[in-house]
Design a protein around this ligand. Structure first.
Ligand code: COA
Length: 259
């Protein structure tokens, strides 16, 4: 991978996708989205990657779409940007592995929208989230108007989207946007702790849980229950189900193989 705006590394089963465009506060354009998409595809194809972490720098996760770039744009340019962001965000949201956004500093506009595509959001105390697009005379174009009201209370999402106000970490945690807020110097440790917990589970059961939840969000309860039932029963064909239940009965820790 030849990446300019993203740093990619892999350690102990965790892939780190780090946004790295410091002079523009990690502002996102179609090239940055393309690079994130490449990194996500690599994570999908690599069996050694068990958990994916998307992060930025201490100062900023990402300050949103590149306003300078957008300021000169026409309708066709907006389509190019949103095509790129949608492709990348959907591939991140659909990744059949747990994903964690590790947020320090600003996660605004497209930055927050990317974080909303992750399964978990762990933030440091200096985190600030928001969807300020309304202040620019536009609306969120990377899923913000769809994913945020599905995640939190409609009225609170409406307040964020229609006033464009910024929300500090502690309040964002109370609203349910962030799973947890930790001191900045403990962010990486906390993320690794969560990743470790996830890696101790059966990867095939995690995949089934994620599929059931994600697919279930877009269908009726009846159809969602059917999806869950099918996946639940499918897991009885795995070695991990035999191992998990045997380990419980033998009063020992399960050792899952993802098979
Ligand atoms: N697009 C392009 N450039 C951006 C940017 C964005 N979304 N956000 C910040 N930058 C650039 C600034 O223009 C500035 O560049 P310069 O040094 O060449 O002037 C640099 O990053 C630093 O930003 P600055 O505003 O000076 O930092 P700050 O600490 O005072 O404020 C923010 C930080 C995040 C509050 C502020 O930059 C901001 O509001 N950004 C826009 C957020 C937004 O509206 N996002 C949604 C876009 S759809």
């Amino acid at each position: 991978m030849d990446l300019k705006y993203v740093l990619f590394s892999k350690e102990d089963g965790i892939a780190w996708i780090r946004l790295n465009r410091p002079d523009k506060l990690n502002a996102l354009n179609h090239e940055v989205f393309g690079e994130i998409g490449e990194a996500v595809a690599k994570c999908a194809a690599d069996d050694e990657v068990r958990v994916v972490v998307l992060t930025g720098s201490d100062r900023v996760f990402a300050a949103g779409a590149d306003i300078e770039h957008m300021s000169k744009g026409q309708i066709a340019d907006a389509f190019t940007l949103t095509d790129a962001s949608t492709r990348t965000q959907e591939s991140l949201a659909d990744l059949p592995k747990p994903t964690i956004a590790a947020i320090s500093g600003y996660a605004l506009g497209g930055g927050l929208e990317l974080a909303l595509c992750c399964d978990f959001r762990i933030a440091s105390e200096n985190a600030v989230v928001g969807l300020p697009e309304i202040n620019l005379g536009i609306i969120p174009g990377g899923g913000g108007t769809q994913r945020l009201p599905r995640l939190i209370n409609y009225s609170m999402a409406a307040e964020m989207i229609m006033t464009g106000g910024m929300v500090k970490a502690e309040r964002a945690e109370r609203l349910g946007i962030l799973n947890r807020v930790v001191p900045q110097d403990q962010l990486e440790t906390e993320v690794k702790k969560l990743a470790g917990k996830l890696m101790s589970k059966s990867s095939i059961a995690l995949r089934a849980a994620k599929t059931a939840m994600r697919k279930g969000l877009n269908v009726s309860l009846k159809d969602g229950l059917q999806i869950e039932q099918d996946l639940f029963c499918m897991l009885f064909g795995t070695e991990d189900q035999k191992e998990g239940m045997a380990a419980f009965l033998e009063k020992r820790k399960a050792s899952f193989k993802g098979q």
